[in-house]
Design a protein around this ligand. Structure first.
Ligand code: ATP
Ligand code: MG
Length: 453
């Protein structure tokens, strides 16, 4: 038999007077209006305990049959988790439960009824398959676990803006529909742009470099789009990148900035999110010392000594780093130019590396990757600011000058020396909270298999 429920389905003139955190000593015996959804319910026959959840947390509602009309009591009794309700009632002290206060309803308005039990509980950690959760992501995001994750994400974003603003950076936005690839080779998503083909931007690289001419120090927090054909726990097709670019510095200065930025972020989370960290049972990474720096060539030597198969010039796969580094932040610096994009400034020949057969010099670049264990968080470098060098490098990488004319022409006017980095926001959240899957560091993940919801 269908439950009969009175549904107003309308707020009417009802408005919240207090959030859950505002239910305190100062409002005891006051009549308040609280609004939210039912996160759990205990039914003791003629007495109901309802947990009403709002943006900040739960409020306990104590409902007694004899104190309400039969109608309202029965309606509430039959409501399922996730239904939205508004309650006008009196605040009383509650010494005997984990809640310090309760609201005793005088009037109730049912705003929206959940027809189905959700396939997972708001309290459950994660035994449920990720696809089941992602299919109903809006409900999944109500779970305590993800609520904690995304509260911390919010602190991270705010602290990034604070740090960069304090260091005289300007927040910018660059186009996400672009004409050419910036990283060359990396897979792009083509789109229709009126009568032409265009692409979703895989990075704001060239634009942020250009903007150092006008603003010196710029940053952007925005999506990057990468057609990643593989299924991994660390790649999304659409990810958030914190891009930073600064004039009159080189890559060593940017490593200092990045090191200090991460330290600042972790301090902020430590200061503002103890409740969420306790609830997640997570300890923040130790960042008491500046991050260590190891050159690519030394690292390759070390890997070879520990009998890992790698040749100088190869990219370093996460698998190889697993045994060498624990849960710590560190920089891998001075990568071979051949592993880096065309805009990265070259350094000098590597004295350690064996000479290659013939005349192919082993060029190093002024570059770094910030790592956490085996997870890459950021790549940065000194950029080429000389037009001739940039054109030479493009040629070496097989990129057409014509396609980049819009960019190259800026260099006729004296682009300042500059350096910068791109930091993956979801990767950073994974590192800080030790998340296994990057999908839980974003709201609606996009990957090779998923384009909805
Ligand atoms: P990886 O080697 O891990 O695929 P990448 O070297 O291709 O990364 P970069 O072009 O250096 O990535 O981008 C800068 C940062 O942006 C990366 O260090 C990472 O934190 C983040 N990032 C890049 N691609 C992705 C992606 N597909 N999903 C999530 N984050 C990404
Ligand atoms: Mg990289």
């Amino acid at each position: 038999m269908e439950d009969k429920i009175i549904v107003e389905n309308e707020l009417g003139d009802w408005r919240r007077t207090h959030y859950s955190f505002q239910i305190s000593d100062s409002v005891i015996n006051n009549v308040v209006t609280v609004i939210g959804w039912i996160s759990s319910k205990r039914d003791h026959g003629n007495v109901l305990f309802v947990q009403l959840r709002d943006r900040f947390g739960d409020i306990q509602i104590l409902v007694k049959r004899k104190e309400l009309s039969e109608n309202i009591f029965d309606s509430l009794k039959s409501l399922k988790e996730h239904s939205s309700i508004a309650i006008k009632g009196k605040v009383v002290e509650q010494k005997n439960s984990s809640n310090e206060f309760e609201v005793i309803p005088e009037d109730i308005r049912i705003l929206s009824v959940s027809n189905k039990p959700a396939p997972f509980l708001t309290q459950s950690i994660s035994s449920i398959g990720i696809d089941t959760r992602l299919d109903l992501r809006a409900i999944d995001l109500r779970r305590n676990h993800l609520q904690n994750v995304f509260k911390i994400r919010n602190t991270i974003l705010n602290s990034i803006r604070e740090y960069l603003n304090d260091n005289y950076f300007v927040e910018v936005n660059t186009p996400k529909m672009i004409a050419t690839a910036t990283e060359g080779g990396a897979a792009l998503f083509p789109i229709f742009y009126y009568d032409r083909e265009a692409f979703l931007a895989q990075s704001p690289q060239l634009y942020k470099e250009q903007l150092t001419m006008a603003f010196e120090n710029v940053f952007e927090i925005a999506p990057i789009f990468r057609a990643e054909p593989s299924r991994t726990n660390r790649h999304l097709s659409e990810a958030m990148s914190v891009d930073v670019e600064k004039a009159y510095v080189d890559y060593t200065d940017m490593m200092d900035y990045l090191d200090n930025l991460i330290r600042y972020i972790i301090q902020s989370v430590n200061d503002k999110n103890q409740i969420e960290l306790d609830s997640l049972g997570t300890e923040l990474p130790n960042v008491s010392k500046p991050f260590s720096r190891i050159t690519y060539s030394t690292l390759v030597e070390n890997l070879q000594k520990s009998h890992k198969y790698i040749r100088w010039g190869d990219d370093i796969s996460p698998k190889l780093l697993k045994d060498l580094f624990g849960d710590e932040f560190y920089f891998i610096t001075d990568w071979p130019s051949s592993t880096k994009p065309f805009y990265v400034k070259s350094k000098k020949m590597d004295p350690i590396a064996e000479p290659n057969n013939g005349d192919d010099p082993r060029m190093l670049s002024e570059s770094f990757d910030l790592m956490y264990g085996s997870l890459e968080l950021s790549s940065g470098s000194t950029r080429i600011n000389n037009k001739g060098d940039l054109m030479d490098n493009m040629k070496k990488k097989g990129l057409s000058h014509k396609a980049f004319d819009y960019h190259l022409r800026v260099f006729d006017y004296g682009v300042p020396p500059h350096a910068g980095f791109g930091l993956g926001l979801e990767r950073l959240l994974m590192a800080i909270l030790k998340l296994d899957n990057i999908r839980d560091a974003t709201f609606y993940p996009r990957d090779i298999d998923r384009l909805t919801p």
